[in-house]
Design a protein around this ligand. Structure first.
Ligand code: KG4
Ligand code: ZN
Length: 340
């Protein structure tokens, strides 16, 4: 096995991130720098794409220098530059892609284009080195929601998708309507701690003919309920609504993950993506996995939400194969997980 360092860059949404990973003699995370723009977007209740792009431009050099400094290496010790090229906000992606292409050209090092959803899955490679594919992984984040059979860390088979909203999107929307702020996931989780999850039975959509799921129904149902309270001039039971909504979403995701694992006949299930940091989702998955005699894996929250370590992890597999990108690499806003 070759040894070296990959400098990885991520700028697909509202985090400017850079990391150095070292491979050969194990896989080591040498640095993980994340400049979050959350505070900036908070006042708008969600990510403003134009502001995100501008902030990435301001941050990207600083974050990269910090990642190298923390890893205690210079540019001359970097063996490849990895970057997220899809999917995401196109202006935000372009900042990382342009910067990485320039670096690769200046340093005369290979460029490795990374698909963001594949990278989320590969966070498990770092946190669960003992986990060997095949396994079934739920990727649930702000913009994506997919259950995939991971045949290897470079080969995926999509088993189920959301038909409409991603779960993170639903968390963010309901949080906004409840006045809990952005990002919605952690805010709903906090409010739910003081509420009853059985207070309201929100719809849980499961299609008969496929393993797909949907969150627009639960979202509409919660919003209608809130309007009802407002129209009657009654206080909104925020904590109970947050807890019941969280329960409905997490039960659907957990149920579907187990359905897919049974269909694929695997022994391991895993989580990935920002929503995977949700404590209820993690504990429900752990419980059903035990009942179904499956092993459950999940990265720590810092590797679930956007970061560049996962970009480095996914890039490592292409580095080993000598699979590189060229200076014609472009950013792509919409690009689902490709079936092998
Ligand atoms: O993976 P990520 O950082 O970005 C995307 O690729 O979209 O995911 C961000 C999403 C947001 O929608 C946020 O509300 C959600 O992950 N999230 C959570 C939690 N922490 C972050 N959702 C539920 N519970 C959480 N604790
Ligand atoms: Zn993400």
């Amino acid at each position: 096995m070759s040894t070296g360092h990959i400098l990885a860059i991520e700028s697909s949404c509202d985090e400017t991130a850079a990391a150095v990973v070292e491979f050969g003699g194990g896989f080591n995370v040498k640095s993980n720098i994340i400049a979050s723009q959350i505070e900036l977007h908070k006042i708008y209740g969600g990510v403003v794409p134009e502001i995100a792009s501008r902030k990435h431009i301001e941050n990207i050099t600083k974050v990269t220098e910090q990642a190298l400094e923390e890893a205690n290496i210079g540019f001359d010790e970097v063996d490849a530059i990895a970057v997220t090229y899809a999917p995401g906000l196109v202006g935000a992606l372009l900042v990382g892609v342009s910067y990485a292409k320039s670096l690769a050209f200046a340093l005369q090092k290979p460029l490795i284009p990374v698909h963001h959803i594949e990278a989320h899955i590969c966070a498990n490679f770092i946190s669960s080195p003992e986990l060997k594919p095949p396994f079934v992984c739920l990727v649930a984040s702000g913009g994506h929601s997919t259950i995939a059979l991971v045949e290897s860390y470079t080969e995926y088979h999509v088993m189920a998708n959301t038909r409409d909203d991603a779960p993170g999107e639903a968390f963010d929307k309901i949080s906004r309507v409840l006045g809990l702020g952005y990002p919605g996931g952690p805010a709903i989780q906090r409010a739910a701690e003081n509420g009853f999850s059985s207070a309201f039975a929100f719809p849980q959509v499961r299609f008969e003919s496929s393993l797909d799921f949907s969150f627009s129904g639960v979202k509409t149902s919660v919003i209608n309920l809130i309007h009802n309270y407002t129209q009657k001039n009654q206080p909104i039971p925020i904590n109970d609504i947050a807890a019941s909504f969280q329960q409905a979403v997490c039960e659907v995701l957990t149920g579907r993950l187990i359905d897919c694992a049974k269909k694929a006949g695997v022994k391991n299930i895993a989580l990935a993506g920002g929503v995977a940091s949700n404590a209820l989702l993690r504990s429900l998955c752990e419980k059903v996995a035990e009942e179904a005699e499956l092993d459950f894996h999940c990265p720590p929250p810092v590797l679930c939400t956007d970061n560049a370590v996962m970009i480095g992890a996914r890039a490592y597999f292409d580095f080993e194969k000598g699979k590189f990108g060229g200076t014609d690499l472009n950013a792509i806003a919409s690009l689902g997980l490709a079936n092998k």
